[in-house]
Design a protein around this ligand. Structure first.
Ligand SMILES: Nc1ncnc2c1ncn2[C@@H]1O[C@H](COP(=O)(O)OP(=O)(O)OP(=O)(O)O)[C@@H](O)[C@H]1O
Ligand SMILES: [Mg+2]
Length: 355
């Protein structure tokens, strides 16, 4: 009965293990001062009860878009009660109704049962129009019903809309009716360079771990890998996994060998298992797998031949979704005999949203 023999007896590596939780909000967001300044400036008119500006933030995964904006919201919350703050993750709240329920809960309105969406919007609107509001729509491209944005733009007076996505094209493809009213500033979040990646991870390491538990070479290999993947999440994942591996073998230090084991796990990692995909999407994924590297048009033909019956536009949307979840990679090829096209490859890269 020695299964739990060492539990709790050895000194733990961790000082603040929650610092590696996927939704942990660090107090300081390094290297994003410029971006945060621009966003703050867009919100500033709200303090004088004037309308703020809108910002459209884009950039790849794991580069601090969410963390930077949430940090600003926290600061605003401490600064004033006169601005209502709404942070909506459109992946989780993907319908107008879910968003409205979320907004009602933010303003503290509880009598939502048996009410229609337009009634809820009226309630929220009345409340907000007494003051000012910031709306953050994170992962906004996942929003099913764009009309809701239109209503917010038209009917809420003193506001800033902050829209976040991985896809720069999203705004360009918006309905002109919304686009012409939105007039958002564009703000790109570029990937961190090697030094910045090291800086972010170092800061987290010092917060999470007891001093001197990390071998220098071990930490450095985490930094290198995270920098190659251009995604801070991969570095955080490796730190957590390597620590688990070291703890498991009762070591008092985390070594490069522990990181190597963690890297193997990282390669096997996928945000969602394919069996969580909806049937038709899994069917499409299988077609891409069989035709990896081919043009999207050819893959669509193969899909139809195999019995698929979606129209091309719908098919394309599923492809984008699979790309977002990193089951597949899409590469745009400009020019060539048949004009521009997109090549699809079966997924190598994986996104780390939760670990
Ligand atoms: N400058 C930074 N300082 C501290 N932590 C950071 C910084 N940049 C990123 N992180 C951390 O890296 C992780 C990913 O950052 P974040 O969630 O903001 O990425 P994102 O750009 O929103 O990615 P996605 O497009 O996938 O949503 C988070 O755990 C965050 O805390
Ligand atoms: Mg994000």
């Amino acid at each position: 009965m020695a299964f739990f023999g060492n539990s709790g007896s050895g000194e733990s590596f961790f000082r603040n293990p929650m610092g590696l939780d996927y939704d942990y909000q660090p107090k300081l967001v390094k290297y994003r001062e410029g971006e945060m300044k621009q966003i703050a400036a867009a919100m500033r008119p709200l303090f004088q009860k004037r309308s703020g500006r809108n910002v459209f933030i884009f950039g790849p995964s794991g580069v601090g878009k969410t963390v930077a904006v949430r940090n600003l919201l926290q600061e605003l919350e401490q600064e004033t009660d006169d601005i209502a703050l709404f942070y909506i993750n459109c992946w989780k709240c993907d319908t107008t109704f879910k968003i409205l329920l979320e907004m009602c809960s933010v303003i503290g309105y509880k009598f939502t049962q048996n009410k229609r969406g337009d009634e809820l919007f009226d309630i929220v609107k009345k409340d907000i129009n007494k003051k000012a509001a910031v709306f953050v729509f994170d992962e906004v491209d996942k929003l099913g019903d764009i009309d809701f944005l239109y209503n917010v733009i038209e009917e809420v007076f003193n506001k800033s809309l902050i829209l976040i996505t991985n896809h720069k094209d999203w705004v360009a493809e918006l309905d002109t009716r919304i686009k012409s009213r939105l007039t958002a500033e564009l703000l790109e979040f570029r990937p961190y360079n090697l030094t910045e990646t090291r800086g972010v991870l170092q800061q987290r390491l010092e917060f999470v771990f007891a001093p001197d538990v990390w071998e220098d070479a071990a930490f450095e290999s985490v930094v290198q890998k995270s920098s190659v993947m251009q995604d801070i999440r991969s570095g955080l994942y490796l730190m957590k996994e390597a620590a688990n591996v070291a703890e498991e073998r009762n070591s008092n230090r985390i070594t490069a060998a522990d990181v190597a084991v963690a890297m193997k796990k990282l390669e096997e990692f996928s945000i969602k298992k394919t069996d969580e995909l909806e049937d038709e999407t899994r069917f499409i994924l299988n077609i891409v797998k069989k035709n990896s590297g081919k043009k999207i048009g050819e893959i669509y033909d193969a899909y139809k031949e195999a019995g698929g019956n979606m129209v091309y536009k719908t098919f394309q949307r599923r492809i984008t979704k699979l790309e977002d979840d990193r089951f597949i990679a899409a590469e745009k090829v400009v020019g060539g005999s048949g004009g521009s096209t997109t090549l699809l490859k079966f997924g190598q890269e994986k996104k780390l949203t939760e670990f």
